[in-house]
Design a protein around this ligand. Structure first.
Ligand SMILES: *Cc1c(COP(=O)(O)O)cnc(C)c1O
Ligand SMILES: [Zn+2]
Length: 392
């Protein structure tokens, strides 16, 4: 820990590495700067002492949904609590315990809270998790199961965000909210870029498509590839049509992201209106532009379509937010913006168990039979799926 500093991404003010959430000079986002230059491997980052085995996720070649190109899926559903937030929380908490924190606070649209609650349980410390009252029931059940104090805050995510600041102040607990607040947490996301680079045989793909709320994952991917040297991929920040502040600014050519009014989408993991921290969105927009990529919005219907392709066509069970990357890939391929033969990595960021109620609403192949029904009833239904000739 002595080998790192904190630096403001805007005014470049530098600070010794302590628990600090924003630049004192300008209020800007802080990032970790490693003495001795960019880290070339995980060993240079915070070694997670509070760990549940996060990270090191597979990169899978997509079977279906990629007729016009080469799509890989970075399967972050495999993390211990079911989303990539585990990478961030394990590092943020490890560092905070080193600084003497006795508990944690986290504002969340569900996944960061589940992750924070899991790692607090692992560390044996109390957790206060603040979520919007409309958070999917599965995510709230998971948070509560880990023994955290679950606080449902009226209104959307930005209210939970503001309340977490106050609770952290009042309790002295570390704030592991997974916006750009905690520089040690966001720094751990560099490993995502490192892993993809290694998994593609020490090369970069042409595109990495990232479901985006406030943007720490975008930064992690960008930094990871930069650390490895060579070409960096074009980044696509995906948002839902019902909550797309970064896409709106991108499309308008604006320099600054404005907060979004009322989020309305099934993609709960990215329903982040940025009220009170639009600065995070502005920074993420800058990173996306610098990469030569773009921001794009997808509809809930396009997301549901991509969920089906991931599950039934690839064996990957993702929550709506996780599938939004594939929805964006398909859209950009159809428009010719991703050209045939280009290599595309879709970040599939969260597990289907997180919102499985959505799957129960989808049409599926399902029949009910009596206990003494002949097998021909079932083979009849099976032929409707396979067509004739698949059975002996
Ligand atoms: C938090 C989250 C995101 C968005 O990540 P940011 O780093 O906030 O942009 C994407 N997908 C899932 C499943 C998430 O939980
Ligand atoms: Zn500053």
């Amino acid at each position: 820990m002595t080998t790192m500093m904190l630096s403001c991404v805007d005014c470049r003010a530098e600070y010794t590495a302590t628990l600090r959430y924003a630049c004192e000079e300008c209020g800007g986002i802080l990032e970790v700067v490693h003495a001795g230059g960019p880290p070339s491997d995980a060993a240079a980052l915070v070694a997670p002492e509070v760990t549940l085995g996060e990270g090191g996720t597979p990169l899978l070649r997509a079977r279906a949904g990629s007729a016009e190109g080469a799509i890989w899926i970075k399967d972050e559903t495999r993390n211990p609590s079911g989303s990539f937030k585990d990478r961030l929380v394990s590092a943020a908490l490890t560092t905070a315990l080193g600084f003497g924190s006795k508990g944690l606070v986290c504002a969340s649209s569900g996944n960061a809270g589940a992750s924070a609650a899991a790692y607090a349980a692992r560390a044996g410390i109390p957790a206060v998790i603040l979520v919007p009252e409309q958070t999917p029931a599965e995510k709230m059940a998971q948070i509560a199961a880990y023994g955290a104090l679950l606080v449902r805050v009226a209104g959307h995510y930005s209210n939970s965000y503001a309340m977490a600041l106050a609770v952290a102040e009042e309790t002295g607990f570390v704030n592991v909210t997974t916006t750009f607040i905690n520089p040690y947490g966001t720094d751990a996301l560099r490993l995502v870029g490192h892993e993809i680079h290694a998994q593609l045989g020490e090369t970069a793909p042409d595109w990495v498509i990232v479901p985006t709320g406030s943007g720490p994952l975008v930064k992690g991917v960008v930094q990871g590839f930069a650390d490895r040297g060579g070409r960096t991929p074009k980044i696509v920040a995906v948002q839902a049509e019902g909550c797309a502040p970064i896409v709106k600014a991108f499309d308008e050519g604006a320099a600054e992201v404005q907060p979004w009014g009322e989020p309305k989408t099934i993609a709960s993991g990215i329903s982040d209106p940025l009220i009170g921290y639009a600065r995070d969105g502005t920074y993420t927009l800058r990173l996306v532009r610098e990469s030569g990529g773009r921001a794009i919005a997808v509809s809930d219907d396009e997301i549901i379509q991509a969920m089906k392709v991931l599950a039934a066509g690839n064996g990957i069970f993702a929550e709506p937010t996780g599938a939004s990357s594939l929805a964006a890939a398909q859209k950009l391929m159809a428009r010719g913006e991703i050209r045939p033969g280009e290599r595309v990595v879709c970040m599939v960021t969260g597990h289907g168990f997180k919102q499985f109620a959505i799957y129960r609403q989808m049409p599926v192949h399902e029949i009910r039979v009596e206990a003494d029904a002949p097998a021909t009833v079932i083979t009849g239904a099976l032929r409707e799926i396979t067509g004739p000739g698949a059975l002996h």
